[in-house]
Design a protein around this ligand. Structure first.
Ligand SMILES: [Zn+2]
Length: 335
């Protein structure tokens, strides 16, 4: 990305092993993230030009001398943070704050080849080379599914719970899928777009709320005996969506926020009286990868459905435009 709205596909130096813990992968599929739209829209400053992309799945081509858990020829999925998977923070399940973390976005996964640092702690191999129809779902585990999953886990979605999801982007839709998998009793998707509502229902939503802001909160309360939802996933990252999430949560309930918060300010008294647990941040996707790959491999979930536009990598600029204008939920790029 050369600046807001300016995406170009060009030749860069081929990645090579730098550290003995690195792997080089041939990317089978990459994609455009909702978070890539913040710099695209000029809301987030970057050092231009910036390599883009942090979601990836592909085949290992080469590994450094110290890599022991993956080998050339294997199909792998990794998180959008490269992590050691051994430090205290990783062992507690919070890989996205790993003491050795490296942001994959800085390396640029929207590419045909990619260097993955800390390969042992970052990459998870699938049991075999996947059939082509599983690649999109496996790619989704790299961020968007893992992030929606973390949102649902942070919101403590589970049996007997009513879960509301604020945001109908790919992460919000996959938080619906996660809530369903985690056994939620009732799942309320907040969306005003017919195609996204349909996908939310396919993923397990039992109710749809079209209103936003205070009207959206009132609609959630109406569906929950005036109490609010037990669990609310916030998957947008704006002031309105955050307040909608906190106010739609019942006292004692849990908010899981995974939208990258831009310009969000919380009022202390508002938070004080909410009696809500508020937990979120960049998803520790690596924690969930083995479980998510297993569910996908056994065809128990089909998160790849969020990709409603597939383009060759050369047409990445078109993909960004489609997501920016909400013509596409999520764009898959094939190198
Ligand atoms: Zn770590």
């Amino acid at each position: 990305m050369y600046g807001p709205g300016d995406v170009r596909v060009e030749e860069r130096a081929a990645p090579r092993l730098v550290e003995p813990t690195d792997a080089i992968i041939r990317v089978s599929a990459a994609c455009v993230c909702g978070s890539d739209l913040w710099p695209y829209r000029g809301i987030e400053e970057m050092q231009w030009p910036a390599p883009m992309g942090h979601e990836y799945a592909g085949i290992v081509e080469e590994v450094g001398d110290e890599v022991t858990t993956v080998e050339p020829g294997q199909f792998v999925v990794g998180s959008f943070w490269a992590t050691d998977n051994t430090c205290e923070i990783c062992r507690a399940g919070y890989h996205s704050a790993c003491v050795d973390r490296v942001p994959m976005g800085a390396l640029g996964a929207q590419a045909d080849r990619l260097r993955v640092p800390l390969a042992d702690g970052t990459l998870v191999a699938t049991p075999d080379i996947p059939p082509d129809d599983l690649v999109a779902s496996l790619l989704s585990a790299s961020d968007v599914l893992g992030t929606g999953w973390f949102g649902a886990v942070a919101a403590e979605a589970g049996p007997g719970k009513t879960v509301a999801v604020v945001g109908d982007g790919a992460v919000g839709l996959l938080a619906v899928l996660a809530a369903e998998q985690l056994g939620a009793e009732r799942i309320i998707a907040m969306s005003r777009h017919a195609s996204r509502q349909r996908l939310a229902r396919e993923f397990g939503a039992t109710d749809i709320v079209e209103q936003r802001g205070d009207a959206g909160v009132a609609a959630i309360k109406e569906l929950t005996n005036g109490l609010g939802a037990h669990s609310v996933v916030e998957a947008v990252g704006t002031q309105e969506s955050m307040m909608q999430a906190i106010h739609a949560t019942r006292p004692g309930g849990h908010v899981g926020f995974v939208g990258v918060a831009h310009g969000v300010a919380l009022d202390g008294m508002d938070l004080f009286w909410s009696l809500a647990h508020v937990h979120g941040g960049p998803a520790p996707v690596r924690r969930f990868l083995p479980e998510l790959i297993d569910l996908i491999w056994n065809r128990q979930i089909d998160p790849g459905k969020v990709f409603d536009l597939e383009l060759p990598l050369d047409e990445a600029a078109t993909g960004y435009r489609a997501m920016d204008q909400r013509d596409a939920i999520k764009v898959l790029l094939r190198p």
